[in-house]
Design a protein around this ligand. Sequence first.
Ligand code: PMP
Ligand code: GLN
Length: 394
Amino acid sequence: MNPIYAAMGTTIFEEISARARETGAINLGQGFPEEDGFPAVRQAAAEALIARSNQYPPMMGLPELRAAVAAHYAAHQNLPARASDVLVTSGATEALAAALLALIAPGDEVLLIQPLYDAYLPLVRRAGGIAKLVTMAPPDWALPREALRAAIGPRTRLLLLNNPVNPLGKALDADELAFLAELCVAHDLVAICDEVWEHVVFDGRRHIPLIGLPGMAERTVKIGSAGKIFSLTGWKVGFVLACPALLTPITRAHQFLTFTTPPTLQIAVAAGLASPEPAFAAMRDGYQRSRDRLAAALAAGGYAVLPSGGTYFLTINLSASGLDESDRDFCARIVRDHGVAAIPLSAFYAEDAPDTFVRLCFAKSDATLDEAARRLVAARSVARAPQAAARDIA
Ligand code: PMP
Ligand code: GLN
């Protein structure tokens, strides 16, 4: 067996969802919406299943979806994207795997920013890459500019960036992205940008794709996912936008990973991407309302809730909430005793993890959020030291 897998456990998402199923807990752990999104997109898939071919589509993806992705990015992100620069994959996960397998030569160094999505490190290492980790630290989770500069050496080839950031809900601002673009150009790095949360940004923000910044069109691999755009996480339809020099090797990797993605889902995603802007705005507004509802209920119950500018995740700070408990202990206790599953933020670190933060998914109905908040507030009360609890009451 490859030693990377021999030393590895089950992903935190699967582990926590399994605990939620066993205990019947409300699952605010793994990120998935309680309700399926975009009924017209699902209807299109159902119709395509009967009316259209269910045989292998072209390896690069159906022409109508490749054209729809390019048109979508032109309309929503002002990118001069061409259909020929788009590859359809089986989710962003496959896109990441194909990009890393294709673009890392053994011994290449890859810049990674903690906290990081769980798949990144194993994929980089399995591709033969050497991870160079830098960390965004609380309280403001600022981009560690000096550490990024210092981490770059003669063997550094790639930056793997997630924006907006899962788990933090941080959407990088124009200044941070300009810094990263300049860094990539100055050091001749290729950026692999995991932008699956590109449509889930709040408070009037607009997503800024790194590929659109000066000097980046020829050195960026942009990855998206229909699962996040349409609140259909089980669909696993992803897409890659990159210039031919980068897309060609990624396509070579893709052809021997999955080769294709179900054609009927591709047809439906193509139709969905052409939806008018208000459909996306309604999705965002709904999640923003849910974010505010959960944040307000938790704050009223004494939790310190961090701001979330994108993704459907909120972070709570246990120590600032008066809880003297590690994130893993807290998550184990709330799923066991209080019927709520959540993800310890330390699961998103390879080293030097802070252990007082917990990620909660708010893509749930009002009733679910209200009940989860009630339980979490009860979980905080019982764990507070008697003196502190007495101060709360006084
Ligand atoms: N990257 C990030 C940052 C994610 O949050 C997720 C899933 N939420 C993925 C990749 C995987 O996307 P997909 O389900 O399309 O494989
Ligand atoms: N991206 C989802 C999350 O952050 C989980 C996806 C998965 O379970 N692999 O919760």
